[in-house]
Design a protein around this ligand. Structure first.
Ligand code: UN1
Length: 508
């Protein structure tokens, strides 16, 4: 048995019927076209499957709707038990799941395992939250009246995820959706079907143990499946992670039927480095932010605004740090940077560098394609951002643009000038600068950090960003509210019927 079949067998995916992209408790005989998943590191075929068709999607959604009718009656803490069980299984299979991520999307082992840990963390969070779906009690203006807010389940939630977090982003959504009383229908990236199958194998175990078919559905399919889901009025919420372009289309279709969306679209994240900064910290944070996950996180660091006077020192230290990054097989312990996801991503890397050079950038590190999907982490010294249009775009690759600025105001303006608004950071020892960066006239991003980088957010906070990033919030804090409907209820326990606002309406 090959290493991969053994891994699949440990996850309960030993039969060929498991290689169907349409499943809830059981796999359907998917009617869509074939899909094969290859390792971005060496082209090795990992899994071959039949994709879900629109008809398969409809069958899955019917199952999810049926499940919803049961699930909404299950007390939230009992729904928490289902998520607790999922967390146990994730812990048990952490190594194998992490390996699936490494094999299929090329993350280094530590980041693959980190992603599985992120799933475990959000499950633990959701279990606690299942006893805290609190509503307010509100003072009524009428005597003998009580007013309150309740939070009720919404219905099946469609979750569309990208290749770069092929498991964790599903988990942020599914763990919260489950405790909120909603089944999920997952459409993963077509570049990460193995990861989705592996997670879904554990979901099937949970569904079986809790006799809850339809709680978790998997629809690995093409754009037509995504379109059907976006247009489906029986899916009140669509959580979409992906490009700004597709996100706008999803928003239009779902908005057109007055459905709800959570959008996690592009980022173009910057770090400001002031003279007072601890450069050791700044260099480590920039390197992890720009090179980690081969620059393929939506939170990856793409721009640095360094205060004039320390730019040479920062460049020198970054070049040294970049020089020590070991690039190669992501499953080897010493590797820090694996491949890009596919050949097209390598083309985007090359094209962005060519444009940057044309627009007046100069290479100070990297710049080359090595072989296959492996590239060098790259730094370009850039002219003013206003004259450097390539930096206004998100290129999903390890390319960092370095700008020199004269003041904090200039840096904040430049941070905010781009259309995306996900993550941002400042390195400084000045309280005044740090607080200004965090103030209402500071960073306009959904995430703003002081003395740590742009990527690697914890699950306890709400995750998401503004402007073209889409405005959605997932994961921690009160992001759960997006998965529920709010009901304002007033109870009259008196013997009169006073009307609000003192209105009088007396009949004979
Ligand atoms: C993403 O890249 O889509 O903050 C999500 C981070 C991770 C999540 C990134 N926790 O970098």
């Amino acid at each position: 048995m090959s290493a991969i079949s053994a891994l699949l067998a440990r996850l309960g995916l030993q039969t060929s019927s498991a290689f169907s992209g349409a499943a809830s408790l059981e796999f359907l005989a998917a009617a869509g076209p074939a899909l094969s998943s290859e390792s971005p590191s060496n082209g090795q075929q990992l899994v071959q499957l039949k994709q879900a068709s629109v008809g398969d999607y409809e069958a899955l959604r019917t199952g999810a709707s049926q499940c919803f009718h049961e699930l909404r009656k299950v007390p939230a803490p009992k729904r928490g038990d289902m998520v607790r069980r999922l967390a146990e299984l994730l812990r048990e299979h952490k190594e194998d799941l992490g390996l699936c991520i490494t094999l299929e999307v090329g993350k280094i082992r530590s980041e693959g395992l980190g992603e599985v840990q992120e799933m475990i963390d959000i499950c633990d969070f959701a279990v606690g939250l299942s006893r805290q779906l609190h509503g307010l009690t509100i003072a009524s203006e009428r005597t003998s009246h009580r007013m309150m807010e309740q939070w009720h389940p919404l219905g099946p939630v469609g979750v569309v995820t990208a290749f770069n977090f092929p498991m964790a982003v599903w988990a942020w959504n599914a763990a919260l959706a489950t405790i909120c009383g909603n089944p999920t229908i997952w459409k993963p990236s077509e570049h990460a079907p193995l990861c989705a199958l592996a997670v879904h194998a554990l979901c099937r175990q949970v569904m079986r143990e809790f006799a809850m078919p339809g709680l978790f559905s998997l629809a690995i399919g093409g754009a037509e499946v995504g379109k059907a889901m976006a247009a489906d009025a029986a899916v009140p919420l669509i959580s979409f992670t992906g490009s700004v372009r597709t996100g706008k289309q999803v928003a239009a279709v779902v908005g057109g039927r007055l459905g709800k969306t959570i959008l996690e679209l592009g980022g173009n994240n910057a770090i400001i480095v002031e003279k007072s900064a601890d450069l050791d910290l700044a260099v480590r944070a920039i390197t992890f932010g720009a090179v980690g996950t081969a620059g393929q996180r939506c939170t990856s660091t793409r721009r640095v605004f360094v205060e004039r006077g320390i730019q040479e020192e920062l460049e020198r230290r970054l070049i040294k740090a970049y020089g020590s990054v070991r690039i190669g097989d992501p499953s080897e312990a010493s590797t820090l940077m694996g491949p890009l996801i596919h050949a097209q991503a390598v083309e985007s890397f090359k094209s962005a560098i060519a444009q940057a050079l044309e627009q007046g950038g100069s290479l100070i590190a990297g710049g080359k394609v090595l072989e296959g999907n492996f590239v060098q982490p790259t730094i370009l010294r850039a002219p003013r951002q206003a004259d450097f249009p390539i930096a206004w775009e998100e290129t999903f690759a390890p390319i960092l643009y370095l700008f020199s600025v004269d003041s904090l105001d200039e840096a904040i303006d430049a941070n905010n000038a781009v259309s995306q608004g996900l993550s941002s950071a400042i390195f400084t020892d000045s309280v005044r600068s740090a607080e200004t960066f965090l103030s209402a006239w500071g960073s306009d991003c959904g995430i703003a950090n002081v003395n740590l980088g742009t990527s690697g957010a914890e699950i306890g906070g709400a995750f998401g960003g503004e402007k073209d990033t889409g405005g959605g919030r997932e994961s921690g804090s009160d992001a759960w509210k997006a998965y529920m409907r709010r009901q304002t209820s007033t109870v009259n326990f008196g013997r009169d019927l006073p009307l609000a606002q003192g209105v009088s309406f007396e009949t004979e």
